[in-house]
Design a protein around this ligand. Structure first.
Ligand code: GDP
Ligand code: IMO
Ligand code: MG
Length: 434
C-alpha cells in the first residue's frame, strides 16, 4: 500500500477537494496536515454539493478514517458546526483530531481584524478566521493545544494570561475593544465534552496504521504559492502548504511518503491580495470567473482569474517534489478561440531563470506568453483521453512539458465522475500502490 500527498500547486482552490474525494476509493485514511477553516474544499457527488473547511474531503466515503493532524489550527466551534453538517456520514470513531493541534481563540480573530485594518491598502486580504495569529502564538510558545481543553484549570490559566496579553495589544496598539477572558473560557469549556470523543494522538495512530500496511492520503490545504516559506511572502497563509508540511503536520517521517500529486487549474486564480503575473483584469478574466464559478468557498469573495502560469507550476514542482499532476477545470476553457500560457518571465528585458523571491520583482515581471488554439467544444462528458478534442490534448501536453511534470488526471467538471484518469501512468500506478 502507498501513501501520497495531494497539494495545490498555485494559490489555492485548484480543486483539491474534488481530487481527494475521487482518489479516496484507493486509500484507507485521509489526513489534513496544515491550515484550518480558511480552506474551502468543494466536493460534488451526483449533483449534491458539500463544502468542507476543516474535516478532510475523504469524509464523504463512509468507511474511511479522517485525521486532523497536529499541524492544523482548530476552531472547535467550526469543527462542531461542520461535524453537524456531516451528521448523516456518522463521524463517531472515524474522525480523529490531534490533541497537539493548536486552538483558534476569539482573540486571534480580533487581532487579525485589527491588523488587517491597520494595513489598510497593504492588507493581505486574509479569510479573517484567526489562522495567522494562532500560528503566531504557536511559534511564540504561548499557544493553547486541544489536549488542554480537557484540563479546565490549565486551560483557564493559559487563556486568561493570553487574553490579558492580547487585550494590551488590542487597546494600546490598535485602539480596539478588549475581550472578556471569562466568557471565552466558559464558552470553550462548555463544548469540551463534545470535542473530547474526537481527540487522539494522531501521530501515534498514523504511525501504527502505516506500519500495518494501511494507506494514507495527506490532503493539503491552500497552495504552494501561499506557503509561508516558499510562497509569495508576505501574501501567503501562515503554514507550510507544500508537501513537506505533511511530515511535520501529521507526524510521519519522509520515508512514509511514496509520492506527491499536484493539483493545478487549467488556468490560474487567486483570492486576496498579492502579485499575480498572469492576471486578466479585463472582460476575459470576468468570463473565466463566470464560467468557472470563481467565488471563494469560504468567504464568497470573487477570485482573481488569469492564464495558466507554467513558471508557477514548474516552481511548485520543485518545492513539492511533484510526481504527477491533476489538471482541473479544463471545461472552463471550452469556448475560447485561443488560450495563452505563460512560459516564463522577463524583467527589464532579461529572461528569469528561477521564480523570484522578492515580491517587488514579482510585481514587475512581464509574463512571456505562448498562444495555443482553443477546442471550441464541450469536454464535460469526456471520460477518456482519446475522446478529448485534439487541441485540448495538445494544450495538456504543452502544460506538462512546460511545468516539467506529467499529467495523469484531467477534470472536466465539478462532479466526482467528471474525470479522466490515465490509469496507465507509471507514476500514478506507483503512487496508488498498483
Ligand atoms: P480546493 O480548495 O482546491 O478544494 O478547490 P475549491 O473547492 O475551493 O474550488 C474549486 C471549485 O471548482 C469548486 O467549486 C469545485 O466544485 C469546482 N471544480 C473542481 N473541478 C472542476 C472541474 O473540472 N470543472 C469545473 N467546472 N469545476 C470544477
Ligand atoms: P483552499 O484550501 C485560496 C488566502 C487568503 C489570503 C491568504 C492568507 O480552499 O485552497 P489566511 O486566512 O490563510 O491567513 O489568508 O491566503 N487563502 C486561500 N486562498 N484558497 C484557500 O484555501 C485559502 N486559504 C487562505 O485569501 O490571501
Ligand atoms: Mg478552496
Amino acid at each position: 500500500m502507498s501513501n501520497a500527498v495531494v497539494v495545490g500547486t498555485q494559490w489555492g482552490d485548484e480543486g483539491k477537494g474534488k481530487i481527494v474525494d475521487l482518489l479516496m476509493d484507493r486509500f484507507d485514511i485521509v489526513a489534513r496536515y496544515q491550515g484550518g477553516h480558511n480552506a474551502g474544499h468543494t466536493v460534488i457527488i451526483d449533483g449534491r454539493k458539500y463544502v468542507l473547511h476543516l474535516i478532510p474531503s475523504g469524509v464523504l466515503r463512509p468507511d474511511k478514517v479522517c485525521v486532523i493532524g497536529n499541524g492544523v489550527v482548530v476552531d472547535p466551534f467550526a469543527l462542531l458546526e461542520e461535524a453537524e453538517m456531516l451528521q448523516e456520514f456518522a463521524l463517531n470513531g472515524r474522525l480523529l483530531v490531534s490533541n497537539r493541534a493548536h486552538l483558534i481563540l476569539p482573540y486571534h480573530r480580533a487581532l487579525e481584524a485589527a491588523e488587517e485594518s491597520r494595513l489598510a491598502e497593504g492588507q493581505i486580504g486574509t479569510t479573517l478566521r484567526g489562522i495567522g495569529p494562532c500560528y503566531e502564538d504557536k511559534m511564540a510558545r504561548r499557544g493553547v493545544r486541544l489536549a488542554e481543553l480537557f484540563s479546565p484549570e490549565t486551560f483557564r490559566a493559559k487563556v486568561e494570561s493570553n487574553v490579558e496579553f492580547a487585550n494590551r495589544i488590542l487597546s494600546k496598539v490598535y485602539g480596539a475593544p478588549a475581550l472578556e477572558a471569562d466568557r471565552i473560557v466558559d464558552s470553550y469549556l462548555a463544548i469540551s465534552d463534545r470535542i473530547r470523543p474526537f481527540a487522539a494522538d494522531t501521530a501515534e495512530y498514523l504511525g501504527g496504521a502505516v506500519r500495518n500496511g494501511r494507506s494514507v492520503l495527506f490532503e493539503g490545504a491552500q497552495g504552494a504559492l501561499l506557503d509561508v516559506d516558499h510562497g509569495t511572502y508576505p501574501f501567503v497563509t501562515s503554514s507550510n502548504a507544500t508537501a513537506g508540511g505533511a511530515c511535520t503536520g501529521a507526524g510521519v517521517g519522509p520515508g512514509a511518503i511514496d509520492g506527491v500529486i499536484g493539483i493545478s487549474k487549467a488556468y490560474t486564480t487567486r483570492v486576496g491580495a498579492g502579485p499575480f503575473p498572469t492576471e486578466l483584469a479585463d472582460r476575459l478574466g470576468e468570463l473565466i470567473r463566470a464560467r468557472g464559478a470563481e467565488f471563494g468557498a469560504s468567504t464568497g469573495r470573487p477570485r482573481r482569474c488569469g492564464w495558466f502560469d507554467a513558471a508557477v507550476v514548474r516552481y511548485s514542482g520543485l518545492i513539492n517534489g511533484l510526481d504527477t499532476l491533476a489538471i482541473t477545470k479544463l471545461d472552463v476553457l471550452d469556448e475560447l478561440d485561443e488560450i495563452q500560457v505563460c512560459i516564463g518571465y522577463r524583467n527589464r528585458g532579461k529572461r528569469l531563470d528561477s521564480f523570484p523571491a522578492g515580491i517587488e520583482e514579482l510585481r514587475q515581471v512581464e509574463p512571456i506568453y505562448e498562444t495555443l488554439p482553443g477546442w471550441k467544444s464541450d469536454t464535460s462528458q469526456v471520460r477518456r483521453l482519446e475522446d478529448l478534442p485534439s487541441a485540448a490534448r495538445l494544450y495538456l501536453q504543452r502544460l506538462a512539458e512546460l511545468a516539467e511534470v506529467e499529467v495523469s488526471i484531467i477534470s472536466t467538471g465539478p462532479d466526482r465522475k467528471e474525470t479522466v484518469i490515465l490509469e496507465e501512468s507509471p507514476q500514478l500506478r506507483r503512487i496508488l500502490g498498483k
